[in-house]
Design a protein around this ligand. Structure first.
Ligand SMILES: [Zn+2]
Length: 343
């Protein structure tokens, strides 16, 4: 099959499009013919070996694949050939302490598909049958491939972790990103007031069109603006995924008793926190790691009902996975970038 592979860690040039052996599904695995795969910042970190990401080599990235069941292992009984499926970006054993409490995203035996094992930047991917979810027939593959890293992540952040309530004010950072564009829509759907940030005038216009009531420059003093827009009170919830470049301002944007939830750090790992603000205002900092299976069931229902829809910036063919990663890294996209294998 064709795949986008890297044999060494490095820049975009390390990624090559080439023929590799078709994956062989194990007894409890399913072979999925990939029809689309979302591109994630994690794919870039894995290729670079940055942010502590060390994938086995050679490696095929791709955390957000969807497609059709092409073959099943001998122990797989619940998936039929041709079923339209979304591949969860992680494997879970279903038995550890995390899994038993519904936090399968934190499974002790977790493997991240596309990080710890080969992912979906290929014509086929072999994954455990337990990592699959059925996609409603009327959701196109490209839309489905855009859901996990956008609405899935946003749902886990805002609903599961931050317990966002109707009427609250939420600050969404980088509304032009996949997760940001979804968080804006989801928060509006939940009946919240949304203040967003975006990195360019064009993205600010698009964020308003998605439903944000106010959109501020990400690079500016958005904390001061949030306080002004809320009459000095601050936001109930801040949805963070940028990290060092925005963290201090995100903390300063919160109201007394506010919650900051973070699902990523695209600008780095280390940031300074004003501890006096944390105890003085009794702030809560919440981590949010990817999605759970339950989150994705909610999201597929929400998108299937037409309540919200993913924002797709553009698609690239599988042979141009390298260009797609460069495009994402340069922050030119508004919404998700999706890879589609050639017919
Ligand atoms: Zn587990």
């Amino acid at each position: 099959m064709k795949a986008a592979v890297f044999h060494r860690r490095g820049g975009p040039e390390a990624l090559v499009y080439e023929d590799v052996a078709d994956p062989e599904p194990g007894p409890d695995e399913v072979l999925v013919r990939v029809r689309a795969c979302g591109v994630n910042h994690m794919d870039i970190y894995v290729r670079e070996g940055s942010h502590g990401m060390k994938a086995p080599l050679p490696h095929i990235g791709g955390l957000e694949s969807v497609g059709e069941v092409a073959a099943t292992g001998s122990a797989v009984a619940d998936w039929e050939i041709g079923a339209r499926v979304l591949v969860l970006s992680f494997t879970a054993d279903g038995t550890c302490e995390s899994c038993r409490s519904g936090r399968d995203n934190l499974c002790a035996a977790r493997q991240i598909i596309g990080v710890n094992r080969d992912g979906g930047f290929a014509e086929y991917v072999a994954v455990p049958g337990s990592a699959l979810l059925r996609i409603p027939d009327h959701i196109p593959f490209v839309d489905a491939a855009a859901l996990q890293g956008s609405f899935g992540t946003a749902w886990h952040m805002l609903v599961d972790r931050a317990r966002l309530q109707p009427g609250e004010t939420v600050l969404v950072l980088a509304a032009g990103s996949g997760v940001g564009s979804a968080a804006v829509q989801l928060a509006r759907h939940l009946g919240c007031t949304v203040i967003a940030t975006a990195g360019s005038e064009e993205k600010r216009t698009l964020a308003l069109a998605l439903g944000a009531q106010h959109v501020l420059p990400t690079a500016g003093h958005f904390d001061r603006e949030v306080l002004r827009l809320t009459g000095g009170r601050g936001a109930d919830v801040v949805a963070e995924h940028i990290g060092p470049d925005t963290w201090t301002k995100s903390v300063a944007s919160l109201r007394i008793g506010g919650r900051l939830v973070t699902c990523g750090g695209s600008s780095g790992r280390m940031a300074a926190t004003d501890l006096w603000s944390v105890f003085w205002k009794e702030l809560t900092v919440l981590g949010s790691m990817g999605v759970t299976r339950a989150d994705m069931v909610h999201v597929l229902g929400l998108v299937g009902d037409g309540a919200v829809s993913p924002v797709i910036d553009r698609t690239f063919p599988l042979s141009a996975t390298r260009e797609a990663q460069v495009y994402l890294a340069e922050r030119r996209a508004f919404g998700k970038v999706v890879i589609v294998p050639e017919e």
